[in-house]
Design a protein around this ligand. Structure first.
Ligand SMILES: [Cu+2]
Length: 113
């Protein structure tokens, strides 16, 4: 019992933390001269992405085609079903972290005229 407690104290703290988004395409705040052909989220470990939603400035959802199945992966990819017009967009994502906890975030970017 005492050994178990000691072990848990020695576990590195990242092992107890949620998975994290490490990067995305488009990057947060990106201003793109051309519509993105692909949307990519990259995490620090394998997560189950449960939702990926792209909205325009009026809140309208833009159809995305997911590039992979529902299995946990370190990357999630999607392509807009039609080229994005100029404007502001927000990509909302939800995932199940490798530690089983729900995580979520939003990435804003702009397609310039
Ligand atoms: Cu967690």
């Amino acid at each position: 019992m005492r050994r178990l407690i000691l072990l848990s104290l020695l576990l590195p703290w990242p092992a107890l933390a949620h998975s994290e988004l490490r990067g995305s395409v488009p990057a947060p705040g990106a201003r793109l001269a051309a519509p993105p052909e692909e949307i990519l989220l990259r995490f620090n470990e394998r997560v189950q992405v449960t939702a990926l939603r792209l909205r325009d400035a009026s809140g309208r959802t833009i159809a995305l085609r997911r590039q992979a199945g529902a299995e946990p992966a370190q990357e999630a990819r999607a392509t807009p079903e039609a080229p994005l017009p100029p404007g502001d967009f927000v990509l909302e994502w939800r995932a199940i972290s490798a530690d089983g906890h729900p995580i979520r975030g939003a990435i804003r970017f702009t397609v310039t005229p």
